[in-house]
Design a binder for this molecule. Structure first.
Ligand SMILES: [Zn+2]
Length: 200
């Protein structure tokens, strides 16, 4: 196998089921996080002498409502994402700036980036409609920046935790696991870390 084109694995039942599982897990966590403040407030009301349940509960409820709104907005945003294909047009590293630089740092395309804690590594991709999408490589995932080169074709596959797949992987020895964002050897069928199929 040369891996010169996008993987067909994303069309398989195995991968579709795994994606559904990822969605389910994130929904379950969403519900837990939303309910947690109410539960904590209730416990504080019962076990603490200083505050009654009647006083603690409205506070917990308030925090829960904030979490609920946050989750709903996120969920709407995530479900609105559509697949696209594009080409890497630019890569840039923004150096660390000190906090006094209040105007902030902007990338090549004018978007504000927080460079006060660490340098920011960006991969800019132009989709078929001309829109620029930027992949920000985290502090711990500098290899994401190295993995993509200017001129590389890639596609965005919504639903994956790391939703980008490079089209031509024939020159690479590793890829980035679309499930757990870690570096994985291209010869692997299953990611050794998250045990999900390597999309290649
Ligand atoms: Zn993995």
């Amino acid at each position: 196998m040369e891996y010169t084109d996008y993987s067909r694995l994303t069309e398989t039942e195995q991968v579709k089921e795994a994606l559904a599982k990822v969605r389910k897990t994130s929904r379950t966590w969403g519900v837990i996080i939303v309910l947690l403040p109410i539960v904590i407030a209730f416990c504080v009301g019962i076990f603490s002498k200083g505050i009654t349940v009647a006083k603690a509960l409205p506070i917990g409820l308030g925090v829960s409502v904030i979490f609920l709104i946050f989750n709903l907005v996120n969920w709407v945003k995530e479900s609105a994402k559509k697949p696209w294909k594009g080409v890497v047009v630019d890569k840039e590293i923004l150096p660390v700036t000190n906090r006094e630089n209040s105007s902030g740092t902007r990338d090549k395309y004018g978007k504000k980036r927080d460079t006060t804690r660490h340098e920011v590594r960006l991969v800019h991709v132009r989709d078929e409609e001309g829109k620029i999408h930027t992949i920000e490589a985290g502090v711990l995932s500098g290899y994401v920046y190295d993995y993509f080169n200017v001129g590389d074709q890639l596609r965005f596959v919504p639903g994956f935790p790391f939703p980008y797949e490079k089209r031509d992987k024939s020159q690479d020895t590793y890829t980035i696991c679309m499930w757990c964002s870690r570096k994985v050897d291209l010869s692997e069928e299953t990611c050794p870390r998250c045990h999900k199929p390597v999309i290649k």
